[in-house]
Design a protein around this ligand. Structure first.
Ligand SMILES: Nc1ncnc2c1ncn2[C@@H]1O[C@H](COP(=O)(O)OP(=O)(O)OP(=O)(O)O)[C@@H](O)[C@H]1O
Ligand SMILES: [Mg+2]
Length: 280
């Protein structure tokens, strides 16, 4: 295992990455509300000498680590971009320009063109909204529980679709599109809602808002591709399906990278390796 690691201390999760004995990237996730777990991990890996660091909670993490190791900080957007470039190549993509939508605790949207990138916008609707709303509505707060149950749910009795409004008429847009997220609840007043259905509907709300915004930026920038990243997509096939279907319907190409949650940590690691002139 190399003596360098990359860490992305995010709003909810702290992601850690290093190059293992097999010369492959290995990943760890810690909750950002308990940095002592990161400190313990480092104490158990005393050969780590250098840390590439990024993320909004960098300062808070440094205060807990209180370490003498060599630290190299990289601003989050730069680290994410570096990580995305690396993963695109690793996953076999050759894309010149694209929208990058990072679904973290909140969502940040960027435009990349060649070697440059700019932040074009974002929304407070993100992974934190998914877990927060799910907890308040169903009492379920565990991310894996939320996503696995959502995958079994149906939105039919909760979301109001275009076809529900234009009954007996030809709708002006595709009938299966959402007219109003959760819009059927106040119309079908007596319906009982199952937990799985509620969770599926929350995921769709979050996914559709993020996709709608991403598509608008893709059209403004004339970008064919939208790369969706962030830990909210980890093992979350249901959310990916919502996002992919809508992106494709709007004539854009969605890309989901294999290690979508770790772009920032990978960027921070690569940056530190470059600074220390270590090849990987
Ligand atoms: N094990 C997990 N525990 C909690 N949330 C998880 C877990 N795995 C995935 N998630 C989801 O990932 C989201 C956080 O994504 P990510 O790690 O990309 O954001 P972040 O870097 O912490 O936040 P930000 O970039 O906005 O500062 C959570 O809000 C949740 O929806
Ligand atoms: Mg993040």
């Amino acid at each position: 295992m190399q003596k360098v690691i990359g860490i992305d201390a995010g709003g909810t999760l702290t992601k850690l990455v290093f190059v293992n004995e097999q010369n492959e990237l290995e990943f760890k996730i810690f909750p950002s509300n308990d940095f002592s777990q990161v400190r313990n991990w480092l104490e158990n890996h005393p050969h780590i000498e250098e840390i590439g660091l990024t993320g909004g909670r960098t300062q808070q993490l440094l205060e807990v680590l209180n370490t003498m190791k060599s630290i190299q900080y990289l601003v989050e957007f730069e680290a994410t971009f570096k990580g995305v470039k690396y993963l695109l190549k690793k996953d076999g993509y050759d894309i010149e320009n694209s929208i990058i939508t990072n679904i973290g605790t909140g969502t940040s949207i960027h435009y990349m063109e060649g070697q440059s990138h700019t932040r074009v916008g974002g929304t407070g609707i993100g992974g934190g909204t998914l877990t927060g709303l799910s907890t308040i509505i169903t009492g379920i707060s565990d991310f894996e529980d939320i996503t696995s149950k959502a995958a079994l749910g149906s939105r039919e009795l909760i979301d109001l679709f275009v076809k529900d409004i234009f009954q007996g008429m030809e709708p002006p847009i595709e009938g299966h599109l959402t007219a109003s997220n959760f819009g059927k609840v106040s119309i079908l007043k007596d319906a009982k809602h199952e937990v799985n259905d509620l969770l599926a509907t929350v995921q769709a709300l979050v996914g559709e808002v993020i996709t709608t915004l991403s598509i608008q930026f893709a059209e403004e920038k004339k970008a064919e591709h939208i790369i969706y990243i962030g830990s909210t997509l980890i093992n979350n096939e249901h959310l990916k399906k919502v996002i992919a279907n809508y992106t494709i319907l709007k004539k854009h190409k969605p890309i989901f990278l294999k290690n979508c949650g770790f772009t920032g940590a990978i960027g921070a690691l690569l940056n530190k390796l470059e600074q220390s002139k270590i090849t990987y």
